[in-house]
Design a binder for this molecule. Structure first.
Ligand code: NAD
Ligand code: UD1
Length: 338
């Protein structure tokens, strides 16, 4: 059974391709490699023994995207990961983010509708909740106005999918709202490949531990949290990848209750930045050179998921302990070297 994976050479996409192939599904990856590397296919093949089909296509190229769907009309579902995702860059380049993320989605949906590929899993984000008034956030928690153009593309993408599903009753879609994906495959054959100076906590932390960066800045210890640093729900990337396989089966087997559903994909547990550093040191025995600095503009204080709905409806839950996730991130960093 063929599954189209857009953005499949990216961080979360590559881990998901591994889980799909290990589940016996056939994968065709579509990616323009704007934020990923073709060598990721070697890592996927190294883990699964199968080299997934790959096509280099830019999803904003509508004729090329429709031609792709025409050739893959036998696919049963699409997992749409492809998007630009750097929050800060999206503030500086809003038009590029809206153009890429929204046109890519609309071209995918057009291809699906035109060629009868009826099932979609979409990568959304907990950023749609902003700083929620009540924590943890459930799927009923109201979405807040997005803090960045990137976040807004997720809100708008969810709305585009919801509106299309209202009139295309033969189509089905699940949006997965990821919390903070971290870690790498335990084989250390695939992982996150940050370009330039990382913005996110874990790649910055592992690069500091590896001596590539001198010091990790902890952005604020004066938040209203137990140790003063912000709280997040850090989800292992392999656990996250498995949620996609479960979502695909739900759609393929017609177990979805509505033709547009959305789920929180997190662990249900909050960890502070300082707790992450401590867990990393425990897991690896490597000390992290860090200092507390001022708050980062645009950061929210705390967010974590209520995962009851995902646990009960999908029959999925996060399994990997945080120390194991951080040890995998470290193994991947060591493989990347300096
Ligand atoms: P990533 O950058 O590693 O992967 C995205 C892939 O999409 C890349 O391989 C890139 O080359 C490709 N791509 C981008 N624009 C494209 C286009 N126009 N045509 C074809 N390919 C294109 O990012 P990721 O971390 O794997 O994220 C995957 C998805 O999950 C994204 O939609 C992202 O917004 C979402 N998400 C990520 C996080 C996170 O923290 N990593 C959190 C919440 C949601
Ligand atoms: C952000 C986005 C999220 C996006 C994700 C990945 C928001 C609200 N969230 O999540 O939508 O999917 O990035 O791009 O915009 N930290 C440090 N030092 C560092 C880096 C981070 O202390 O060098 C802290 C941050 O203050 C935060 C935590 O670590 O409290 C996690 O930060 P990060 O990994 O950047 O993710 P988010 O900001 O939660």
């Amino acid at each position: 059974m063929k599954i189209i994976v857009t953005g499949g050479t990216g961080y979360i996409g590559s881990h998901t391709v591994v889980e799909l192939q290990q589940d016996g599904l056939e994968v065709v990856i579509l990616d323009n490699l704007v934020n990923s590397n073709i060598e990721v296919l070697d890592g996927i093949e190294g883990i699964t023994g199968i080299r997934p089909a790959f096509e280099k296509i830019d999803l904003t190229d509508r004729p090329a995207t429709l031609d792709f769907f025409a050739r893959h009309r036998d696919a049963k579902a699409v997992i749409h990961f492809a998007a630009l995702k750097a929050v800060g860059e999206s503030v500086a380049k809003p038009l590029e983010y809206y153009y890429n993320n929204l046109n890519a989605l609309m071209n995918v949906l057009s291809g699906m509708r035109q060629y009868g590929v009826h099932n979609l899993v979409f990568s959304s984000s907990c950023t749609v909740y902003g700083q929620a008034d009540v924590l943890p956030v459930t799927e009923q928690t109201p979405r807040h106005e997005a803090e960045s153009p990137y976040g807004n593309t997720k809100v708008m993408s969810e709305d585009i999918i919801r509106d299309l599903m209202k009139v295309q009753s033969e189509m089905n879609s699940i949006a997965l709202r990821y919390f903070n994906p971290i870690g790498a495959h335990p084989s250390a054959l695939i992982g996150e490949l940050p370009v330039g100076i990382p913005n996110n906590l874990i790649p910055y932390l592992t690069q500091t531990a590896a001596g590539i960066r001198e010091q990790l800045s902890v952005f604020g210890d004066d938040y209203n949290t137990p140790d003063g640093s912000p709280l997040r729900d850090y989800i292992d990337v392999v656990d996250l990848a498995k949620a996609h396989v479960v979502a695909i089966h739900r759609l393929l087997e017609g177990r979805n209750k509505k033709n547009y559903e959305y789920f929180n994909i997190g662990t249900g547990h909050a960890l502070s930045v300082l707790e992450i550093i401590q867990a990393f040191e425990r897991a690896t025995g490597v000390k992290v050179n860090y200092k507390i600095v001022g708050r980062r503009a645009g950061d929210i204080e705390k967010v974590w998921a209520d995962t009851t709905f995902a646990n009960n409806e999908l029959g999925w839950s996060a399994k990997v302990p945080i120390e194991e996730t951080l040890a995998n991130a470290w193994r991947w960093q060591q493989r990347l070297g300096k």
